[in-house]
Write a new protein. Sequence first.
Lengths: 197, 366
Amino acid sequence: MSEDREAIDRLIELMARLPGLGPRSARRAVLHLVKKRGTLLAPLAEAMTEVGATARECLNCGNVGTGDICAICDDERRATGQICVVEDVADLWAMERSGVFKGRYHVLGGTLSALDAVGPEELRIPRLLDRVKSEAVSEVILALGATIDGQTTAHYIADQLPGVSVTSLAQGVPVGGELDYLDDGTISAALRARRTL
Amino acid sequence: MKAAVTSLDLSHFRSHKRAALSLDGRPVALYGPNGAGKTNLIEAVSLLSPGRGMRRAGAEEIARRPERLGWKVWAAVEAEGAPHEIETRAEAGQTRSVRIDGKAVPQVALARVLRVLWLVPSMDRLWIEAAEGRRRFLDRAVMSFEPGHAEAALDYEKAMRERNRLLKDGVRDAHWYAALEGRMAQAGEAISIARRAAIARLVAAQGEAETAFPAADLALGYPDETPEEAEGLRAAFAAMRPRDMAAGRTLIGPHRADLDAVWRAKGVAARDASTGEQKALLISLILANARALAAEGGAPPVLLLDEVAAHLDSRRRAALYDEICALGLQAFMTGTEPGLFEDLGERAQRFEVTETGGESQVGETT
Ligand SMILES: Nc1ncnc2c1ncn2[C@@H]1O[C@H](COP(=O)(O)OP(=O)(O)OP(=O)(O)O)[C@@H](O)[C@H]1O
Ligand SMILES: [Mg+2]
Ligand SMILES: [Zn+2]
């Protein structure tokens, strides 16, 4: 193969490292971009350069934005005394899309895992404990995954917040969900979290 | 209610390049010379249940040599009146994956479709070797009664591995230990309850049966004092932290449990019984397990009896066949000679397994 493909191969190789893409899909994506050089590739490159230069993690909560402090932490109206703890930024954005939660967030960036050498420091947990004091937080909502590591992390945090109300998201039947399609674990969690009408 | 494998297809599974068996639910007798591929075939059936199968082999080992392309087992099964398709495979260099009825599922989901129990020659030493083998044998029985046992065991294992890492690394964060120990205690309680319930059912099923095989009294034991309910277990884990840290691992808990068996009629511990008697005891337990499942109207297990026939005297062998047939079990049995299965007559399907040039062939015979 001639050397004029080197740059393209490098792009393919980089794209293949993206979540959800493999070598095959990366090749297809790159071919598509090359075909749409003017309308897609150039604006994409420009947008990537800009994000690369400006994006950073909020020093307070770990959200991704363009300043040292993100828009949510900067907004006084969101100092409601509630902090919602999530595993990653995608979860935070999903909560924001729903528009229901009016408080602030704390992004862990993962879950506790001794085997993967992910400890409390790596997860900004000491920072969370500081925030609970300094931001006069009265409720911490743990919106972590229903996985073993997620639940261990939830217990770890709850254990260190005496005097603060610690809650977690209910797990159960999704809105519009039919019982028939749910797995046993979901049904039993939903049953445990039942309430009187 | 019956439970059976109705079709079995192997692809690049050890010595089998391709093998396709059509089964009708009767016991299955597999005969052929040493090294023909009989055990390989029933090992494939053992992988229709969670875990590493009856040889505890890794996915890599199973891939047919010299190609090493990865392997696949596909089976149509009939369980609790419903047909299901199970596919389990491993691509080269990957772990094994499972699909049930075309849907990718975690391995533990297999326990809800088919119960598979086995006896293999290496279990001849089960009663005299380390507790691990007996624990594994017990847990397989437990899983047949309580499919959720596989999940609880996995949950416990996972939390314990995390805790062991903390112990090894000398981490002293008490909250971290507490979070993991809480999970271990919860899963541990569920494990112990399920084990005790299974033991009670096995003992009851042995007691009531007319059988040529000896009944055993069974008990759950531990090398050190071990609480079984969650609160006690949690407290014990916390109290053990210093000693566990010195050892670099978790010293007490359900992962140290042992199954004790005493030959009821003789009052002799299983480990002190003769080799043949020890084997008869295992058969007795597996049959009791099947009987208990059948009695409850649930799906009976599929049995894999590797080289069992050859080790029994002719009276016991005939009795084993009669019990298997009376319970309506699909038992896969291997032996080198077709004569070993003569007593089964029309009651079994027969397959001859042969090997040429490192490739197994399987053919039904009458
Ligand atoms: N991954 C593999 N690829 C190819 N061949 C394999 C693989 N693993 C095992 N074998 C071969 O399969 C052959 C048959 O093994 P198997 O244990 O099924 O024999 P068997 O019929 O049960 O014999 P026996 O009567 O001695 O127990 C052995 O010769 C072994 O070398
Ligand atoms: Mg064999
Ligand atoms: Zn922020």
